[in-house]
Write a protein that binds this ligand. Sequence first.
Ligand SMILES: *[C@@H]1O[C@H](CO)[C@@H](O)[C@H](O)[C@H]1NC(C)=O
Ligand SMILES: *[C@@H]1O[C@H](CO)[C@@H](O)[C@H](O)[C@H]1NC(C)=O
Ligand SMILES: *[C@@H]1O[C@H](CO)[C@@H](O)[C@H](O)[C@H]1NC(C)=O
Length: 377
Amino acid sequence: MTHILLCMSGLFLLSAVICGNAEELGVKATVTADRLTIPTGGSVTLTCVAQHFADLEYYWIRETSSENKSLISTGAVISISEGGNYTCRGWRRDTNSLLTESDSVTIQETVSNRTDVKLQHSWSQIFTGETITLRCEIQGGEGKVWKYEWTAPNTNSPPTSSEYRISRVSVSHSGDYRCRGSSDYLLTGWSDAFRLTVSSSKPRATLTAQSSVIPAGGSVTLSCSVEGSAGWKFDWFRRDSEFSVPQKIEAGTSEHTISISEGGIYYCRGGRGDPVFSTEDSSDVTVKEAISGFGCERSSFIVPFIIGLVSGIIVVLLLMCCYRKIKKPCCNSLTQSQSTNQSSASQQTANQNKTQVYSSLLHGETRNYYFSLYYSF
Ligand SMILES: *[C@@H]1O[C@H](CO)[C@@H](O)[C@H](O)[C@H]1NC(C)=O
Ligand SMILES: *[C@@H]1O[C@H](CO)[C@@H](O)[C@H](O)[C@H]1NC(C)=O
Ligand SMILES: *[C@@H]1O[C@H](CO)[C@@H](O)[C@H](O)[C@H]1NC(C)=O
């Protein structure tokens, strides 16, 4: 726009300098720059050299886009503080002719916009084997197309995009990461270093149970954690006994606790990232279910048990005591009768016969009874 406006302006000389057809020119002028990047708040010196030409007037054109060309200064040596593509042209005033032109030189300008390297997830600790992404962020740089440069330990080919993805990091990836962006003639400063520390250990999940006994009809809370680090999701496993196959009861919960109402052996595992990186399994935690009616009233169960036991012992002792008291007079009468019986042999034999009859009757009866049982079937 400026280009067209300048070309249409009444200033014949300036418009001729800017709009003159450079392709018709023969020997080119050369531009040298003391440096190609303007530091923040600094400047760059450009020098135009056109040999073989005498009495030239120099003009400079700054181009920041194909539509934005502007005449910025005169003189063979200029000091500039803005980035852009610079071209010098040599003008012969007495003949009103454009005699020479240089190739354009791109001078970058350092912008003060803050640039940072950030970890995609704010994980405080990174473990060997995880996949991570670092991001280069240019504050206020949205809406511009940037190219990125990275400095990183242990690599010859850092990416040129804003994201730096490292699959399966190892301890050797530890170190300082910096980035900067460039867009046309703009260049950001290097970011502060982001120090990546990759831990060589494999993380382990820790499972804790609020209580080891689930009250009848109630539940117990299990907590899973990974020490010193965040961003984990948790998988929960349960098995009936040491020898049964574990079942995944909950998968990928962001909550680090679950509530259980079933006894068993539990363990958990953390996972994060894409692809998912898993921690070691936690140790087993056994949670028992209280047996309804007993376990929940354990103390009130012991009291009647003890009362029952004690009263049982007392009853047994009383019975033994009574038995002895009953037995003693009986034994005395028996020995008395025996001694009296010994005096008369006839009575003794009669008594013996009596017992024999009794025993034979008893045994015979029993036998007959069994026989009759056999025959009846
Ligand atoms: C500046 O010069 C570079 C290199 O010749 C070129 O790629 C770029 O398109 C130019 N930019 C403008 C705005 O003309
Ligand atoms: C051309 O450049 C000037 C100053 O460098 C700027 O103010 C203006 O917005 C630019 N115009 C276009 C169309 O890029
Ligand atoms: C720098 O940031 C400001 C806002 O803070 C923004 O307006 C400007 O476009 C940014 N510069 C670049 C080169 O992105």
